[in-house]
Design a binder for this molecule. Structure first.
Ligand code: NI
Length: 248
């Protein structure tokens, strides 16, 4: 009996300690940042960020933008340098409509294998191009294939944004399956990976937006997700999702 009481006391003590340890974290999670509070129109969440890689593409991206605009949804595009060339008006439209623009390298190169000069040609050159086109911003970097290394982290000069929900939309172009994967897996703080270069991905994204909005989700850009969590993005740091389960 005495042993059981000691165990119960230990358990209560451990739980109390855990709660004390977690409290500041929990508080941070649900305390909107100054930026977020300033935006009174922003609902209370849960929040997810849709991200689109490999574009923009004139055949598919405008239809996505139309659909997002009708729904009042903003997302994040990690663009390729080769796709920016000739699509400057499309890039301006994306930025003007409140979407976040990030980098996905100039030529979809695996950065982990590149030396300093080649890395710079893929990342710094694209940053320069985007800055000339859209103005100076903190252009976040999504490394192709999610491949990172210590060298990539050192050279990035940008936060490295990976993802936490991947419906593998490139594999079967089945809009219903892709949308279902997103809706079934999305949780507060998730970063969802899609590609705006496929018609099926556009259909799936808009379907998932409708279903998740009906469930009370709010779609935000990656930058907004950071701000909502009170997390300052750090250059060279890798993020897969934002707290509750912090990216590492
Ligand atoms: Ni890609």
């Amino acid at each position: 009996m005495g042993k059981r009481i000691r165990q119960a006391k230990l358990y209560i003590l451990a739980t109390a300690l855990l709660l004390l340890m977690e409290q500041p974290v929990l508080w941070d999670l649900y305390r909107p940042s100054a930026t977020a509070s300033a935006n009174a129109s922003l609902p209370a969440g849960p929040f997810v960020a849709l991200t689109f890689d490999d574009g923009p593409k004139p055949e598919t991206t405008p239809r996505l933008l139309d659909g997002l605009s009708r729904r009042g949804v903003r997302c994040t595009f990690f663009v390729l340098g080769v796709q920016v060339e000739g699509n400057e008006d499309l890039l301006r439209r994306m930025a003007n409509e409140g979407h976040q623009i990030g980098m996905h390298t100039a030529h979809h190169k695996a950065l982990a294998g590149l030396g300093p000069a080649d890395f710079s040609a893929e990342v710094d050159q694209l940053r320069f191009t985007l800055t000339a086109l859209l103005g100076p911003e903190d252009y976040m970097l999504r490394p192709p294939y999610g491949m990172i290394s210590h060298a990539v982290e050192d050279r990035a000069a940008s936060p490295l944004i990976l993802w936490s929900v991947d419906p593998e939309d490139w594999s079967d172009h089945d809009a219903a399956r892709i949308a279902a994967h997103i809706v079934d897996n999305a949780q507060d703080g998730d970063v969802i990976l899609l590609h705006d270069i496929y018609d099926a991905s556009v259909d799936a994204a808009l379907e998932a937006v409708d279903e998740l909005m009906a469930k009370g989700y709010t779609f935000v850009t990656v930058e907004e997700l950071f701000a909502l969590r009170g997390v300052t993005p750090e250059n060279g740091k890798v993020y897969r999702r934002l707290p509750p389960e912090s990216g590492t």
